[in-house]
Design a binder for this molecule. Structure first.
Ligand code: ATP
Ligand code: MG
Length: 362
């Protein structure tokens, strides 16, 4: 991490894991290497971890017992994808990705959404306005807190409960984080997604805390939108939105909609952030392991490059991040893209083009 002494050495833990993970993270590491060559003083110390489904088949677990302790020595985690056709999702997900998110209290999930030049999207094709959003998802509690249970299993009177837990601390910290992001962007605009007309406890607390935190950010314009109305607004009036904050469940759904509106899973990045920087944050493409295309050399590496931009920003390397983003846009504009976004290029060709653009830029 960049220190006051100006040291720009960053320790990155790379976990390519399953399916196309190694292909897109491998491409991303080549791009980081190019940025290092291009920028005086910038240095990445990369450690690769072979954790994931293959590791599970050999050791009976997705990562070693001291996995988090090993990761903790790094400034950031660059993550591929987990999941394999022959291993249950609860093993792969709960064995690797979620323990990292929870163990490092990465309570803010950040998903930038933009339509990249040259990428076909349902919005542009309909002539609807452009979009440039940052979706902030509460990543540690709410509807996915794992509380609840089943009574009278299998009987006619069976009841299952799924308890959403919202704490004052949890809601306040994500709200403050979202207001801060909104404040850092040119439009200074935040939309708080809610459903307090129907969810009358947790989401009323959510609304109250949004109003409280807003007083700390007088320069941020903010509004509240019910989650159902939000789907309409995202689809029909995308230009009316900028920064968006929503609960764990609501943001999970809305960010898939956002991904679809922006074009393809293969281009969408995400970051799991510990804003207090007590622990390393984790950067990953949104897509999964995509076994249908694994090993074919056609995985789209753009999501993996874009999340590397998020990682560089987090590490204080704004200039390298901007250089990489510009290279991504140059390559997309030139129509050099993989089949999932209508192109004919391979992962190798897109990666080479991005590296060339990095060296070609000022
Ligand atoms: P998960 O179960 O983790 O969601 P998955 O194997 O279902 O993983 P997804 O990431 O959800 O895969 O992707 C769904 C489909 O979208 C894939 O099967 C693949 O065809 C396509 N896809 C996803 N990511 C990419 C990518 N980077 N490049 C090209 N196609 C992709
Ligand atoms: Mg899937």
């Amino acid at each position: 991490m960049t220190s006051p002494s100006g040291d720009r050495t960053h320790k990155i833990a790379a976990i390519p894991a399953d399916g196309i993970g190694p292909e897109v993270i491998g491409a991303g590491l080549e791009v980081l290497h190019a940025l290092q060559q291009r920028s005086d003083g910038l240095r990445f110390e990369i450690t690769q971890f072979d954790w994931g489904s293959d590791y599970y088949r050999e050791h009976g677990k997705m990562m070693p017992e001291d996995g988090l302790a090993q990761l903790r020595k790094h400034d950031a985690i660059y993550f591929g994808a987990v999941g394999a056709p022959d291993i249950a999702d609860h093993i792969t997900l709960w064995g690797l990705r979620l323990p990292i998110c929870q163990g490092f209290d990465q309570y803010a999930n950040v998903r930038p959404t933009r339509i990249l030049p040259g990428i076909p999207t349902p919005l542009r094709d309909r002539g609807v306005g452009d979009l440039d959003w940052v979706i902030v998802r509460e990543n540690s509690e709410g509807e996915y807190s794992g509380h609840g249970g089943r009574a009278h299993r299998g009987l006619p009177e069976e009841v299952a409960t799924e308890v959403a837990i919202f704490t004052r601390v949890g809601v306040t910290r994500i709200m403050r984080f979202a207001f801060r992001i909104a404040q850092s962007r040119p439009r200074k605009l935040l939309t708080v997604v809610t459903k307090s007309n129907a969810q009358r406890f947790g989401l009323v607390l959510w609304d109250e805390i949004a109003a409280e935190v807003s007083t700390e950010f007088p320069d941020v314009k903010w509004d509240k939108v019910l989650v159902d109305a939000m789907t309409v607004r995202m689809t029909l009036h995308p230009e009316s939105l900028d920064t968006i904050v929503a609960t764990n469940l609501h943001a999970d759904i809305l960010s898939d909609l956002a991904g679809a509106l922006a074009g393809s899973l293969g281009v969408a990045p995400t970051a799991n952030i510990d804003p207090e920087r007590r622990f390393p944050s984790m950067f990953e493409p949104i897509h999964g392991s995509a076994f249908d295309i694994t090993g074919k050399g056609i995985a789209n590496p753009i999501a993996s490059f874009w999340t590397a931009c998020q990682m560089l920003d987090h590490l204080g390397e704004a200039e390298a991040s901007a250089r990489l983003m510009k290279a991504i846009e140059t390559v997309c504009s030139a129509g050099i893209s993989t089949p999932d976004v209508g192109g004919t290029a391979t992962t190798r060709e897109v990666t080479d083009a991005v590296i060339k653009a990095i060296f070609g830029s000022n």
